[in-house]
Ligand binder design. Structure first.
Ligand code: SF4
Length: 69
């Protein structure tokens, strides 16, 4: 296991269902990975949308706008 004092707590709050990911629980790696791709981490999305694995900022904005209009 990589060294992170927040690992267990991070996992408790992680809603990501993409099981093979080695970044799960390591939020700094997770956000850097998705940021570099113009995406957001799973925890920005509701569970039912998270499962689509579309983590694009465009998808987030579309979802956010549909919920607030
Ligand atoms: S959101 Fe992405 S990087 Fe983060 S744990 Fe899930 S699949 Fe991995």
């Amino acid at each position: 296991m990589k060294d992170c004092k927040n690992y267990r707590k991070n996992l408790e709050n992680c809603n990501c269902t993409y099981e093979p990911c080695s970044k799960k629980g390591y939020c700094c790696e997770c956000i850097a990975y998705h940021r570099a791709r113009g995406e957001l981490p799973a925890c920005y999305f509701p569970d039912e949308f998270e499962r689509t694995y579309d983590r694009s900022i465009q998808a987030f904005v579309k979802l956010f706008m549909s919920k607030n209009n």
